[in-house]
Design a protein around this ligand. Sequence first.
Ligand code: TXA
Ligand code: MG
Length: 316
Amino acid sequence: MALIGTDIQRASRELDQGNLVGIPTETVYGLAGNALDSQVVAKIFLVKNRPAFDPLIVHIPSFQYLNTIVSEVPDMANLLASHFWPGPLTLVLPRKDIVPDLITSGLSTVAVRVPNHPLTLKLLNQLDYPLASPSANPFGYVSPTTAEHVQQQLGGDLTYILDGGPCKIGIESTIIGFESQQPVMYRPGGISLEAIEAQVGEVSYKPQDSGVVAPGMLDSHYAPQKKLILGNISGLLKEYGQKKVGILSLKDRFQQIEDRYQIQLSPTGDLTEAARNLFGSLRKLDAMPITYIFAELVPNHGLGLAINDRLQRAAS
Ligand code: TXA
Ligand code: MG
């Protein structure tokens, strides 16, 4: 098992030695290693059981650092970075040769962000290299939002987990790239599409599994072990019956089901709170003695877009 603590020096020593470390971010915990060392990057793919065609995000300490790994920063990228970094925004930009091919799965672009967590920012600022870091879950499973989640699944492969408490956003970063000078969203995430469009105007949405840009976002992802069925929960209870069922709703309770088998993402229907609770709730339901998880989509605005994206992938 990995050691869990808040010792940045320790984390930095482990990384310097080519080891993998669990790191906190405001979105989800990452499985981090030296982004400039191909061998370390290969280890990340191995530990995560991640297919080599699914590229990784590079985490950097500051906007100024961007030029080290990226060859060109369009004006709109500049605008977005200065507005949202540090924060849950990943930009896909033309890469420099210093970035190992393995990170980008051979693409000519690299995904990069400045995470907004005090411990990880401090860590990044004292390292001589950026950190490659996918979410710290086995490929296909729900992302971790606490250090314990990381320990439970990947503890054996990490030497240290930097404990930064529960993630404040709870859902992965929004990924934005540029095609023919126009902004494109590849993954909805912790910054709403509305907030991004307020900066750069209309952004088109190209779900990552729909094309060749990032074949990595496979349909089935963020999936608990239990079978998750999406729909109108009352309807599902009628159709499938009520035995061995757990419920994940935005705010409603269902009298037919025992309280302990129900989770409300946000009693007030607040989508930011719902996003923060989503992955932890899926893990809790996964541990219950139930066969099915019945879940419903949330309103499709603000962080609701990202929540619905993850629910749909969890269900497929
Ligand atoms: O919030 C986050 O982004 C978290 C934390 C740890 O920073 N990281 C995360 O990483 O979600 P991961 O590996 O689980 O997801 C990275 C996504 C993948 O879906 C991948 O396809 C996409 O980023 N990606 C990476 N490089 C890309 C590129 N050059 N073009 C398009 N998409 C890319
Ligand atoms: Mg992931």
